[in-house]
Write a protein that binds this ligand. Structure first.
Ligand code: CUA
Length: 153
């Protein structure tokens, strides 16, 4: 084999090994979880685990609300969400099956909701109106039907 061929072969093999080491480190040492909210949950027991045993909209303080929500193929629970304009709303979410998305049109809310993980996102809706909520992670045959609305009064 030509000397230069040997050099380039070793370089490409080295790059491959380096990438595998980096991916392996991310997967195992960092636990392969989402980088933001680290709370976990048993995805088989979402219905029995607080607060997801009672999904809904809760007033948690002065002008503060929490929406406890489960995502499942192909819906959002609760389906009817109503909050006042100007209130600080925290969405606490988890998935009961596969990875779903939580995107609210007209806002910068865009979260990935994974089974086994609890996702939290806080937002203040300044303008009243109906906000369209969409799942933006492909989750199966009914993915395009998975949507709901947030009514801000
Ligand atoms: Cu849920 Cu796409």
């Amino acid at each position: 084999m030509h000397r230069l061929e040997e050099i380039w072969l070793s370089v490409s093999a080295g790059v491959l090994v380096l990438f595998m080491v980096i991916v392996g480190y991310q997967a195992f040492a960092l636990g392969m979880g989402p980088p933001s909210h680290q709370e976990t949950i048993d995805p088989q027991k979402v219905d029995e685990t607080e607060p997801f045993d009672e999904p809904g909209v809760y007033e948690t303080g002065e002008n503060e609300y929490e929406v406890v929500m489960t995502l499942q193929a192909f819906s959002f629970t609760p389906n009817e969400i109503e909050v006042p304009a100007g209130a600080e709303v925290t969405f606490t979410m988890t998935s009961k099956d596969v990875t779903h998305g939580f995107q609210v049109a007209g806002t910068n809310i865009n979260a990935m909701v994974m089974p086994g993980h609890i996702q939290k996102i806080t937002h203040t809706f300044k303008e009243p109106g109906n906000y369209l909520v969409l799942c933006n992670e492909y989750c199966g045959t009914g993915h395009q039907l998975m949507s709901t609305e947030i009514m801000v009064k």
